[in-house]
Ligand binder design. Structure first.
Ligand code: ADP
Length: 246
């Protein structure tokens, strides 16, 4: 017997003005899995994430998460089901401290002035401290988020998503613009998160994908071209042709 998939995209297609951005895409994520998605520009990676989060509705095919049909739900309902998405550009409250950014996320508050009325329980304090440790910002908790490095802002935003306790975290190009040290640290950070949550990471940086050490799905022209360990897919002649044009 096979374990039920956490996330299952089956034969999904979507067109924009007659152009098939996603063309018969099928992808299955097991509970607890972390998956890396790679592929050249225009392969459909962003559109796939948009479909999972309800931003874009597929024309055909099915998308299920823990058995729920996501194609019938809007973005807030999908987030409520336990899917969190980290976009490429970090959107933290720059004037607020790292701690207050996490507190806002934990309380589900959208407006900083609401913090004035927020009371913290001991459990919430423990959770924020746990998040700070996970995102490597324990020593920066009182610092304004605007003063963090680009990489630290990315980690803070990941922490803000984790505060909402998603079962599945979608991360879009997390290491773009990071230093080598931050990139290496981010691989460890995501592996740590993956101990308790499922993760889908879209990323171009192959050293980073190697460090994740997970199954890689190569997208091309809106469908899966190859899937497997990085060493296997990177030696696949079809993948080499797509990347190198030979
Ligand atoms: P990737 O993230 O892999 O670079 P995208 O999912 O952004 O690829 O895009 C896949 C294809 O769909 C591209 O050719 C892109 O130009 C096209 N596309 C994506 N979104 C739209 C849209 N809203 N309208 C028209 N074309 C789009």
């Amino acid at each position: 017997m096979t374990t039920a998939a956490l996330l299952d995209l089956r034969d999904v297609s979507v067109s924009f003005d007659g152009f098939r951005a996603i063309n018969g895409l099928s992808l299955t994520l097991a509970p607890g899995e972390m998956r890396a998605i790679v592929g050249p520009n225009g392969a459909g990676k962003t559109t796939m994430m948009d479909i999972i989060t309800g931003k874009t509705r597929p024309d055909t095919g099915s998308v299920t998460f823990r058995g729920h049909d996501l194609t019938r739900l809007d973005e807030p309902a999908i987030a409520e089901l336990g899917i969190g998405r980290k976009f490429q550009k970090p959107t933290v409250f720059e004037a607020l401290s790292v701690w207050d950014n996490l507190l806002l996320a934990l309380k589900g508050l959208r407006r900083p002035h609401r913090l004035l009325f927020a009371r913290l329980t001991p459990d919430e304090i423990r959770r924020i401290e746990g998040l700070l440790a996970t995102i490597r910002l324990g020593a920066e908790s009182t610092r304004a988020a605007g003063g963090l490095s680009h990489g630290q802002k990315q980690w803070l935003e990941i922490g803000m998503l984790l505060a909402q306790e998603p079962d599945l975290l979608l991360v879009d190009e997390p290491v773009a613009g990071m230093t080598d040290a931050e990139t290496a640290e981010t691989a460890g950070l995501l592996r740590e998160i993956n101990r308790t949550r499922s993760v889908v990471v879209v990323e171009h940086d192959m050293d980073f994908v190697r460090a994740l050490d997970v199954t890689v799905t190569v997208l091309h022209e809106g469908a899966v071209l190859a899937e497997g360990p990085l060493d296997t897919v990177s030696n696949d002649p079809r993948v080499i042709e797509v990347y190198l044009g030979r």
